[in-house]
Design a protein around this ligand. Sequence first.
Ligand code: ADP
Ligand code: ZN
Length: 721
Amino acid sequence: MEEAQVLLQKYYGYAEFRPGQAEIVNALLQGKDIVAIMPTGAGKSLCFQLPALMLPGTTVVISPLISLMKDQVDTLYGLGISATYINSSLTAAQVNERMYNARQGRYKLLYVAPERLESEQFQEAVEVLDIAMLAIDEAHCISQWGHDFRPSYRAIGPFIRRFAKRPVVGAFTATATDNVKKDIISLLSLKTPQTYFTGFDRPNLSFTVVRGENKQDFVLNYVTVNHNNSGIIYAATRKEVENIYGLLRKHGYAVGKYHAGMSDDERKRNQEAFIYDDSKIMVATNAFGMGIDKSDVRYVIHYNMPKNMEAYYQEAGRGGRDGEPSHCILLFGHQDIMMQKYLIEQSVVDSDRKAGEYAKLQSMVDYCHFTGCLRHYILNYFGEKTTEKECGNCSNCNDTNELTDITIEAQKVFSCVLRVNQRFGGALVAEVLKGSKSKKVLQLGFDSLTVYGIMKENTLQEIKDLINRLIASGYLSLTESEYPVVQLTEQGVAVLKNQAKVWQKVAPKPQKTVNDNALFGELRILRKQIADRENVPPYMIFADSTLKEMSEQFPVTRQAMRLIKGVGETKLERYGNEFIAAIETFMLEHKVEAPRAVDPSPDSFDAEQAVKVLAEKKKTDEEPSHLITLQLLKDGRTLEQIAAERQLKLLTIQEHLMRCGREGFELDWSVLIPVRYEALILSKINELGSDKLKALKEALPEEVDYVSIKATIAKYGKKTE
Ligand code: ADP
Ligand code: ZN
């Protein structure tokens, strides 16, 4: 096993195995068949790639999706491991060439689609190869019990049985019930296999449910805070996808969309832009995600509640495949339940199946209202026992938001609902409370009600949001009719009678998934440049976690670089120097001293130096505010966006930039000084002097503001004095 450990470091740059990996690698090396059930992102690939490196001959990997094969082979190339694939995307000549190379023993791994195994020609070609191991990815596809049965997987069993010298077989999957597992073992004719099950938990994913909030506001706030990260926003309908897409575009975000109403070509373009980080946000229906292996998706927001927990966990699970922290956020609104019920009614005829779908939907709704640990709810749903009390990484476990008493506002809403005889929808109730002069309100004579205008100091949207929140928390209910009517529940009646109070929690503030710093931003830019040059997705160059570690450790020697997690020998060779150069430049520009190489022996400990290094490091961690502003500007944000994001005044942001300019940082002055007035402002400064701000303002056209004048002085400061 020592050799495996060495190769883990050498090729992958990882110091330790993840749970289950060492055991599986070991078993395969000893020639024992295995079934491994490990959740997405747990690290299944390494379990067969590492033994493939160590065994003589070639390992054949059977994998269902053509798009993923290329991805895997590209990843292996990045690690310095020779591999190739054979599938229907290749010409006959290409297949022949690759088979020839395979016979020469040039590949450690050969990826094939299961259909290929049925070809007599391929079978014969394989028989002359030295096949050491067979790895079956997504092994659940062999079973009809699973959710994506593929008939072609049934060819694998006969294929294995034909070998004169049978290779060791490893079957890998993320989902397997007992029935599926039995199918895998019998249909593949596995020999007394050892089964490894590492549980369904994905500890790096955090789970959040947001109830009854304004969804658009939430999404906008969230993407502002997380604009550097890739994320998926799932919505239930094409129309909703188009709406959110339009909204984000309007706010200047690079965003893609994906739904079944688009042409194949358009879908492909949007998908690729997302994978290659040209657009950071993907808004999509559940049609998106199959066959996507983008590993650095940092958040998955569900704009609508999905139809069941299976769908939810699968879609949310597309976040964080690289094992790094990622957010899974579900925005629950009461209308979502009605939409799902409608879809069941539309699509399911069989009454037993319908009852089953309704039961699953109910579990999904229960999740949205659950007050205990959300992770435990999910794991229990999938039949896993949980022992600890709390996970500490879900919105219920981490709930520290203070409660506010909103009884009085709620009572206003409730009495309005009663005054309109519980016969109208939320929009009209809100209009009455706001004191709207809309035609409908006046026609119905609601302007003479005592509740008319009693919430006029709120915006209409705020009142609507409040009503939605009261519905989501069960004080009000909606009838299930074409035009849903708001009614008071018993719980609401109790509040009106002053028997109970209504408490409201402030929605959780959007958190950043990655705590980035300025160097991290620079390294990301470099990574994107290299990725474009090599025509691979950026996450294949280095994972976020690797860049993060670089931005904290400042590795400027090859030895130091090698110690960063995720830097194996091949990547060190290929990209090491470029990253070292970028880090050195950053340190020079920001006057960061190199942390002296730490010698592990205690004799050499230099306390004075350590204090200095720590102080320097602290300084760079707490980067001066004006430099953060400059970085955001360089990242392509507008001044208004920066102000909103940092919750600072626009003027403060402008002052920050002027300071950067005065300190000699490179700055695009045109964001402060309108280009067409610059010459004029400058000539007035030369005429009147730079200390006469008021006179300058008066001597210049109206539209030239103080900021432009001050900025011009800052830009040309030395010359005018
Ligand atoms: P799966 O196929 O189970 O979904 P992958 O094999 O794609 O997962 O691995 C997920 C991520 O975890 C990859 O980025 C991989 O490099 C990383 N990984 C795997 N094993 C380790 C390990 N021992 N230490 C650190 N990272 C690992
Ligand atoms: Zn929890």
